[in-house]
Every structure is written in C-alpha cells, then in structure tokens.
Design a protein around this ligand. Structure first.
Ligand code: ZN
Ligand code: ZN
Length: 411
C-alpha cells in the first residue's frame, strides 16, 4: 500500500487511537506469530478461524506456530504473561492472517484495529465498548451503520438451552446444510451462525437463547440495553448473533455498514468473553472487546463517499542552484521550526528543481541562486497561486515562510 491510500490508512489509525486513548485504553503490541496453542485454546479448534483459516506451520524445532488470525487471544496471552493491574484496557492495530477465499475488503493479510478490556463484569463496560465501536465508525463519517445485539448467556443458562436447541434441530435435521446436518450433537450453536439459506430458514424457527437466560444474564442484558438507550445508540436484536464457543458469554454485537452488500457488510464485531482467561490457564477474569477490519471499513467509506482526509501538502520546497549549502541549512531550519519542507539533490538544474518543487505539492518554493547567495537572501515564490515572488533575508526565511502560509490560511 502506497500513498495516498496509505495516508488515509494512517489517518484512520490516528483517529482510532485518539478516540480509545481518551477512553483510557493503552496500546498493546503483540507478535505477528505465536505458539499455535494460544489460538487453539483461545479461540477454539471448532471455530472457522482456527479450524479452517489459520496459517499454522512447524518451527525449526518442530513446535507449532501460527500467524495471528485475530486480536483477542494474543492480548489475553500478553495479559497473563505481564499481569498489568486490572482493569486492563488495551487497544491494538495489527495485521491478521486468514487463509480464506479472497473477497471484497478481506485479504489473506488484512489489518484490524480493536480494543480489549479485562477485569470488569459491569454491564456499563459493555456499553462503553459498544459506544466506542459506534463512535469510531461514526467518526469516519459513516452514517449508514446498524448495530445488532444479542446475549448468549453463560455457563449457568446455556447448557439447558443447548439441550432445547438440540431437540429442536433434530426435528429439522434433514433441512440443514450438508456441513451442519451432522453437527447437531457436537456444536449446535454454530448452526445459528450458518449463512446458508437452508440453515437460515431453520434457525428462524428455533427457540431463542435470549428467551432462556438465567436471572443474572437477563439482568445484565437489560442493563446493557438501558445503557445504550440512555446514550441514544439505536440497535436491533439479532438472536442469531452467537459465538459458538463456551468462553464467549452474554453480550455479542456487530456493526454493519448499510452501504456494503449484506453478505460482507460487518465492519466491526465483538462481545464478552468472561470464560476466556480461565480457558487459557489464567485466573477467572471477565473480558470484553471488539475487532474491526480496516480495509473493509475503508470500503464502506468509499461506498458512502466518506473519510477522504485532505492531503497535507509540504509547506516549502527549497531550490538551490548555488552549491547546495543553503538547501541543507534551510530545510533543516524549516523542519526544526515545525514546518514541512523538502529539497532536490544531486545539484540539478533550476528547471529540473522547479519542476520537482511543483510536483511535490508544496505551497512555496524557496529559491537560492548565485545572486541570492551573494546577497544573503532567498527568493520566496508561491507555487499554488498568483502571488508574486520576492526576496527575503536568509536569516528571516523561516519567519517569512510562516507569514506567507498564514496569509494563505494554510499554517
Ligand atoms: Zn449450515
Ligand atoms: Zn446465564
């Protein structure tokens, strides 16, 4: 990825960082590859991401490594290794690797921003995390965003529901897709996740987990919904929004972009995982977070004509055809003063250097020829408007550039 696309990418990350850091989240950086067990235990072999899409390979000593397929498990692993004080609120921006069929906005290496918050079971944290996700997409200028919400219960209420689900699914066994016809015994929750029309049709008729929550889970869900209502965040309930693994608990949510095709329109997804830290060998610690693919979010921006940060042109380009000493000094002085500046190298001709100055997009050219060098001056020439050029004293050049930029409203 090159500029100008990379500049937009950078602006997105800066915007995300600014938002979540103001909410108390600190940057965590985890390795690109980890012991494969981090993901096998942290996400689960049953999941599509680990079972079918994770890049896994033997290291030189035979131990199994995996390229990071998602952001949550490495953060939990890092928490267990370093044990920062709780609550532990972390954000990340990182590449993720999945061997899946290439599709719009989803490459085998794509990039995600996300947050994870460990150590708090309070439903108000769910509200904070969802608000940050919605706020992030809103800050990109996306207006057609829909929040889907569900609760998937916990170890108290889910087992009884799964029995209920299993019985209901057995009655519809022959109508399920090929993959799921024989999954009823092992992981019936995954069937709710299936996007194939056969399974979808059956799912609509099944009992809903949100109708079978225990008292604590129901109270938690009610407080999450109250909190979202109080903050004016609209949502739709989607009882098919499940994560089919035991350590995911209670709140699950997705933010979808209305401007994208419905099969690939989820730009941000997350949920609570109160059983995950214990599942990977740590003390029982609640957690919640979300991840969001950068490429897909930018596709949604393209579809809405949103988030096109204005390019930031250089303030000045130094043209020096009098030996190069002035170019070296002037660019250093301008940059040290906090202005942006570039220059030509290799002692090229005046014509060639002016062309480079034009090409750079700079607002001003600072020109030093033999006459200026002898007189101790610099010629200031506007490149983007008809303002005339004029000489200033070399010692006054930085201040002169500032004045010129201020006059143009670009400083
Ligand atoms: Zn299916
Ligand atoms: Zn429950």
């Amino acid at each position: 990825m090159l500029w100008p696309e990379s500049a937009r990418w950078e602006a997105l990350v800066v915007r995300f960082a600014d938002l979540v850091e103001r909410a108390g989240y600190g940057l965590v950086q985890t390795p690109t590859f980890e012991d494969a067990a981090v993901f096998r235990r942290g996400i689960g072999d049953e999941s599509e991401v680990v079972g079918k899409e994770m890049y896994e390979f033997a290291d030189r000593d035979g131990s199994m490594l995996a390229l990071r397929p998602e952001g949550t498990a490495p953060v939990v692993r890092a928490y267990l290794q370093h044990r920062p004080a709780l609550p532990c609120k972390a954000w990340y921006v990182a590449p993720a690797f999945r061997h899946e069929r290439p599709q719009a906005g989803r490459y085998r290496q794509h990039h995600q921003v996300g947050i994870e918050a460990l150590g708090v079971a309070d439903p108000d944290l769910d509200v904070e995390v969802i608000w940050l996700g919605a706020r992030y997409l809103g800050s990109l200028g996306l207006s057609r965003i829909e929040l889907s919400l569900n609760s998937i219960g916990d170890e108290n209420c889910r087992p009884a529901y799964i029995e209920l689900l299993r019985a209901a699914l057995l009655a519809h066994r022959d109508e399920l897709c090929d993959e799921h016809r024989d999954r009823i015994a092992t992981n019936p929750l995954r069937i709710l996740d299936c996007k194939r029309p056969e399974c979808r049709a059956v799912s609509e008729t099944l009992p809903r987990l949100s109708d079978h929550l225990c008292e604590d889970c129901a109270a938690h869900f009610a407080r999450v919904r109250d909190g979202l209502d109080a903050l004016g965040i609209p949502y739709v309930l989607n009882h098919l929004l499940v994560r089919g693994l035991d350590y995911y608990t209670r709140t699950t949510f997705e933010l979808a972009a209305g401007a994208l095709e419905s099969a690939q329109n989820v730009v941000l997804g997350g949920g609570r995982y109160d059983g995950l830290v214990a599942a990977v060998g740590g003390p029982a610690t609640p957690g919640i977070g979300f991840g969001s693919g950068i490429e897909r979010a930018l596709l949604a921006c393209d579809a809405e004509g949103a988030f096109a940060p204005a390019p930031r042109p250089l303030d000045a380009f130094v043209v020096d055809v009098a030996g190069g000493e002035s170019a070296r000094q002037l660019t250093a002085s301008l940059r040290a003063a906090g202005l942006s500046a570039d220059r030509a190298f290799d002692g090229r001709s005046m014509k060639s250097q002016i062309k480079a100055a034009d090409h750079s997009g700079a607002s001003l050219a600072l020109i030093v020829g033999p006459e200026e060098l002898a007189a101790g001056t610099v010629l200031v020439r506007p490149l983007r408007d008809d303002g005339g050029q004029h000489p200033v004293a070399l010692a006054d050049a930085v201040a002169a550039v500032r004045r010129e930029l201020e006059a143009r409203g670009s400083a």
